[in-house]
Ligand binder design. Sequence first.
Ligand SMILES: Nc1ncnc2c1ncn2[C@@H]1O[C@H](COP(=O)(O)OP(=O)(O)OP(=O)(O)O)[C@@H](O)[C@H]1O
Ligand SMILES: [Mg+2]
Length: 90
Amino acid sequence: MLKKLPVGVDGFKKIITEDFYYVDKTMFIEELLQNWGEVNLFTRPRRFGKTLIMDMLKNFFEIGSDRNLFDGLKISQKKSYAKCIWDSIR
Ligand SMILES: Nc1ncnc2c1ncn2[C@@H]1O[C@H](COP(=O)(O)OP(=O)(O)OP(=O)(O)O)[C@@H](O)[C@H]1O
Ligand SMILES: [Mg+2]
């Protein structure tokens, strides 16, 4: 079955749970953790996925959000990050 295109959908949870196409940008989490900064500025042109990536980060770091959303995504293969962060903020 073809996946749906997430035109206008900027909720990470909805994209994953309702089986829309998702271009995996979860390795951005690793990049953020390695290049740590007190403030991070994201600049991208219009419609380049800024809102969606922020929502993905929220779902990753927020206490109580569903870890299963990240099953099958790249960051889940990085057990050291996913596990150590989730254990420490649980
Ligand atoms: N990683 C992704 N995989 C699949 N679709 C994506 C991805 N990132 C963004 N999109 C889709 O592209 C569209 C624009 O995404 P988003 O609203 O996050 O961009 P934006 O940079 O915040 O746009 P704007 O500048 O208008 O605020 C949405 O329909 C969204 O579902
Ligand atoms: Mg936006």
